[in-house]
Design a binder for this molecule. Structure first.
Ligand code: UD1
Length: 360
């Protein structure tokens, strides 16, 4: 059996690593295609080094562009790879443009597709990722869900249950495996209490008035709590459009995007995380760190119902209130969702190779 993994953007890398590793225990042939959606060293190469992932066999080098340009370029460059290498199965991850582009190519070529992180829904179609999730799930042959809400969403949309496997969260596999190394690298010359901030969604950073009000609020927070903000390239560009030089601004400590291990260490020890990322909501839940999500909705509802996540929406007053709540109250005790146990990759590999030993 020949298996192709398609990855392209930062959050794909830590999801693919455990699946590639688990499959390597079986007599299958694997190859990795990197679309080149993310191409900076800090957004891509460093993850391969730290996650001990095999280097990509093919890099499509598509780079940035509008959604249509990026998706179309990936499709154009990926189709010949599929035709030449003839995989039996293509595994796609998450909800980025690389995921949907690869799934569309394979569905037209009648090549089987497995989707890791299937079934998540924010029910907000203004989010490009929601469109990607819908299209990928409805073109996939095998769907691996990280939480049971994913199974319910897929059932409601008419996806046959025989194709859907609740396997748990592959991102947590990587977290569990890498945490000892992240602990070793964690620098102790950080303040005892700090807020860790990440923002990159168009809904937060492309509206410059809103971005300015968020930064102003974080600057005020910075008077009582150190604010550490590794800045995504898109966000850096928008911040400089506001006339702010990210490295020199007042109470917020702006950093370059961080490698996986350094970010994980910072997250584990943070007093609170403020984010609009999907994966960070999950990691914070697993780590028991309070998480304030600057979005109106989440496709990861278990992080709110079971975990430490609170949606603060587009409301700086609510953000400030929740932040002072975190500082004054004892830590919110969240639970860990079922099957977020470090073994999702192995369960996925078993399904893919048809290994029925010990169940799925
Ligand atoms: C993409 C995903 C998003 C994910 C995020 C994680 C889609 C639709 N969005 O968003 O779901 O949460 O990745 O980071 O796929 N850029 C660089 N260097 C890079 C990559 C990007 O400078 O290595 C800049 C470019 O100016 C680019 C912009 O960042 O135009 C946005 O990159 P893009 O891949 O289009 O989307 P992300 O915002 O990263």
């Amino acid at each position: 059996m020949r298996i192709c993994h398609v990855i392209g953007a930062r959050p794909n890398f830590m999801k693919a690593a455990p699946v590639v590793r688990a499959l390597s225990a079986y007599p299958v042939e694997q190859f990795i295609v990197h679309t080149g959606q993310h191409y900076d060293f800090n957004m891509s190469d460093v993850f391969f080094q730290q996650l001990d992932m095999p280097d990509p066999d093919v890099n499509l080098q598509v780079g940035s562009g509008s959604h249509a340009q990026q998706t179309a370029q990936i499709m154009l460059h990926f189709e010949p790879v599929v035709l030449e290498r003839k995989p039996d199965l293509v595994v796609v991850y998450g909800d980025v443009n690389s995921t949907v582009a690869a799934a569309l190519v394979c569905s037209k070529l009648m090549v089987r597709i497995a989707h890791v992180e299937a079934g998540l829904r924010s029910f907000d179609r203004s989010m490009p990722e929601e469109i990607n999730r819908l299209l990928v799930d409805h073109t996939s042959d095998v769907l691996f869900t990280p939480s049971e809400d994913g199974n319910r969403n897929l059932a409601r949309e008419g996806v046959g249950p025989e194709r859907v496997f609740f396997v748990g969260n592959v991102m947590i596999d990587t977290l569990v495996k890498m945490m000892p190394e992240a602990d070793r690298r964690f620098s102790s010359n950080l303040p005892a209490r700090y807020a860790l901030v990440t923002l990159h969604r168009p809904s937060n950073v492309d509206d410059l008035d809103w971005l300015a009000s968020l930064l102003l609020k974080l600057e005020q927070v910075g008077h009582e709590l150190e604010v550490i903000f590794p800045v995504h390239p898109r966000t850096r560009q928008r911040i400089s459009n506001l006339g702010i030089i990210p490295s020199r601004n007042g109470h917020i400590r702006f950093l370059e995007p961080l490698p996986y291990l350094e970010f994980l260490g910072l997250q584990k020890h943070a007093t609170v995380v403020v984010t609009d990322s999907g994966g960070i909501q999950e990691e914070a839940t697993f780590l028991g760190v309070p998480c304030l999500t600057v979005r109106e909705n989440t496709e990861r509802p278990v992080t709110v119902t079971l975990g430490t996540n609170v949606l603060v929406g587009r409301d700086v007053t609510r953000l400030a209130d929740e932040l002072s709540g975190v500082l004054t109250q004892s830590k919110r005790q969240g639970g860990i969702p079922p099957l977020w146990d470090g073994h999702a990759g192995e369960r996925i590999a078993k399904v893919i190779v048809g290994d029925r030993r010990g169940g799925v």
